[in-house]
Design a protein around this ligand. Structure first.
Ligand SMILES: [Zn+2]
Ligand SMILES: [Zn+2]
Length: 353
């Protein structure tokens, strides 16, 4: 809930903010004094309501965060409208290149959910971390540290969505690969026991094959998203299990225009290399995917925008590695001269630098 302030009240907010450090000393509670809280003091709202307006320094419309598209869905548990990323199949970036040529960038193989990470947009999560960090005396530093801590929690949670624990079938415990088309489980377990036949007058023992009786793939991650929350894209990470590290691109940290420029430059660099050797896109790819490795190099000004993380890596350590470049496998799915379609399908973590 927010209330508009009349002119004189806004002046009071401004003057409160001007003597912020004094007020922080006088009201040593766990709330960060923000314009929102000052607003609450003036308007008579409870400070709790006003914690909603604490500013998060997440990427705005000019950051690559805005390249991701969210859609509204009704959360079945919380009974509120919330945002979720649209399905990967519907995601496409149109980047104007030159002379009327537009590159259409698409994604497959869970690429966009696996590798594009964004800072938390939940102020309540940041506030919770802020409350734990009272050892940091400078308020701005404390708030920034809280935001980083909340992002670390979010990133680890996202990594956990790719573990066998969340991706194996919750009914039978077998992986997605054992459930063709997410239907009945095809796993047959072999064991040794009575075969039901008799041999030399005794029940025979031998290999027994027991088909799994599970009729539908139901991993905990999808059950939560689809069944409990009602998200339209039920399992954007199906089949993408990992126990180890993941390489992620921190979208808030890269300006959108720069990201687009980097992709175009990476494609064009590879094109000119191919041209020099008389080859076409994907000609040398023996896997049949007809893909090429291109390097998305975000440059020295964006060191730390690529994170190699696992459940034990702190965000601070991951940032300190200063990675700013990844190698991405891209297919050329439509060779239309005016609007070629390139699909990013894999990121090779060994090439991150
Ligand atoms: Zn099974
Ligand atoms: Zn199953």
């Amino acid at each position: 809930m927010k209330q508009a302030l009349i002119g004189s009240q806004q002046k009071s907010v401004d003057s409160i903010m001007a003597c912020r450090s004094l007020i922080d000393k006088r009201y040593p509670n766990h709330l960060r004094l923000t314009a929102g809280l000052a607003h609450a003091m003036i308007s008579g709202l409870s400070p709790k309501e006003e914690t909603q307006v604490m500013p998060l320094s997440i990427g705005d419309d000019s950051s690559s965060r805005s390249l991701l598209v969210w859609e509204k869905y009704k959360d079945k548990q919380l009974k509120v409208d919330r945002d979720t990323r649209i399905d990967q199949a519907a995601m496409e970036w149109l980047i104007a290149v030159s002379n009327g040529v537009t590159y259409c960038i698409k994604f497959s193989g869970n690429f966009h959910k696996k590798h594009f990470y964004t800072s938390t947009k939940k102020p309540e999560n940041v506030q919770a971390e802020y409350d734990k960090l009272d050892a940091i005396k400078d308020d701005t530093a404390r708030w920034l540290a809280a935001q980083e801590a909340a992002d670390e929690v979010k990133f680890r949670k996202q990594l956990a969505h790719r573990t066998r624990k969340e991706q194996d079938c919750g009914t039978c415990g077998h992986p997605a690969g054992d459930h063709p088309a997410s239907g009945a489980c095809a796993k047959v377990t072999q064991s040794i026991g009575p075969t039901g036949k008799m041999k030399n007058g005794k029940p025979e023992r031998g290999p027994i094959f027991t088909p799994c009786t599970c009729v539908k793939y139901a991993p905990p991650y999808a059950e939560k998203r689809g069944g409990m929350q009602g998200k339209p894209s039920v399992n954007p990470l199906v089949g993408a299990t990992t126990a180890g590290a993941n390489d992620v691109i921190w979208m808030d940290k890269i300006p959108r225009a720069h990201f687009e420029k980097v992709i175009v430059a990476a494609i064009q660099k590879r094109m000119s290399e191919l041209k020099n050797t008389g080859k076409s896109w994907g000609e040398g790819d023996v896997s049949g995917d007809k893909a090429e490795h291109v390097e998305w190099d975000f440059g020295a000004n964006h060191r730390g925008c690529i994170l190699k993380i696992d459940q034990k890596t702190s965000l601070a350590d991951a940032k300190a590695k200063n990675y700013s470049s990844v190698e991405v496998l891209m297919k050329l799915d439509d060779t239309d001269a005016k609007k070629p379609v390139f699909t990013a399908c894999h990121l090779d973590g060994k090439k991150t630098k």
